[in-house]
Design a protein around this ligand. Structure first.
Ligand code: SF4
Length: 280
């Protein structure tokens, strides 16, 4: 918790947050991977899970990113209506991304979508992607979720017929089957249902931030069991765990619409948070 923060301290904190996200997975993610390894009976999948767990340990011990794809920077900011910074928060977050790119270092991943020219510092038009949500209070909570392309590229959005609610599970399964081993399973699946075209995608991405040990609804569990019955397994090499968790978020939508987004996350379910502001 920080109070009365300067721009320099804020940038330092966000760069440190990025480092934490890149080198250290949240405890609930590690625990879910450990449990998957413990129950896995397929020897190839078991050895892959052991290699992932070793990779995670080495990254933390050596202070280096856990994957060569250090992702594209996505931030979720919960801004208290009474929080006062005195400086441009977005500009400071961009400066922190530039600093972290040099310091950690991070692979420069941000390119112009048409010319493919790399900015060289992980920033660009609308990148880092920063999502602001106004909340009551005097605090600012910032979460960063670096997102790799392997899993993002296999994600999908479907504008379904409103009569097709019974087919949502099928669409999720189809997406996971099409993805195969490409998104580096074991996966976490964020499913956004409702809202609009863009809202469904946002809900799906927010769902990836849910703790993996959070209780799942019967619908989420039903999808998870069906995904794991596919046998795609760790890194697509077979086995009992294709996904660690499924989290669904919903929003009311137009009576004529049923947007469904499936955001796929790889084993490297990276995210970290920091809170600034006065105690309330
Ligand atoms: S999908 Fe994830 S684990 Fe695989 S290369 Fe990309 S960031 Fe790394």
């Amino acid at each position: 918790m920080f109070s009365k923060i300067s721009r320099e301290t804020f940038i330092r904190s966000i760069a440190d947050l990025l480092r934490k996200a890149e080198i250290e997975l949240p405890d609930d993610v590690i625990e879910a991977l450990r449990k998957a390894e413990a129950r896995e009976e397929n020897p190839v999948a078991k050895s892959q899970l052991q290699a992932i767990l070793k990779n995670i340990e080495l990254a933390k011990n050596h202070g280096v990113p856990m994957c060569q794809d250090t992702g594209i920077m996505i931030f979720f900011a919960e801004l208290g209506t009474e929080f006062q910074s005195g400086f441009d928060l977005e500009a400071a977050i961009r400066d922190a991304v530039v600093l972290a790119t040099v310091e950690i270092p991070l692979r420069p991943n941000a390119v112009n979508p048409l010319t493919r020219k790399n900015s060289g510092d992980n920033t660009g038009v609308e990148i880092p992607d920063i999502h602001w949500k106004l909340v009551p209070g005097k605090k600012l909570k910032i979460t960063v979720a670096p997102k790799g392309a392997g899993s993002e590229n296999m994600s999908a959005l479907r504008m379904m017929n409103p009569t097709e609610t019974g087919s949502i599970k099928h669409v999720v399964l189809e997406t996971v089957i099409n993805a195969g081993g490409m998104p580096c399973p074991p996966l976490t699946l964020g499913v956004g249902i409702g809202g609009s075209f863009d809202k469904a995608a946002r809900l799906a991405k927010e769902a990836l931030l849910e703790p993996l040990d959070a209780p799942m609804s019967s619908f989420e569990k039903e999808i998870l069991d069906a995904v794991n019955a596919l046998g795609i397994g760790c890194m697509g090499l077979g086995g009992s765990t294709t996904a660690l968790a499924v989290h669904v978020k919903t929003a009311h939508c137009h009576t004529a619409s049923l947007p469904v987004a499936i955001n796929i996350q790889c084993w490297a379910n990276r995210h970290a948070s920091v809170v600034f502001g006065e105690e309330e």
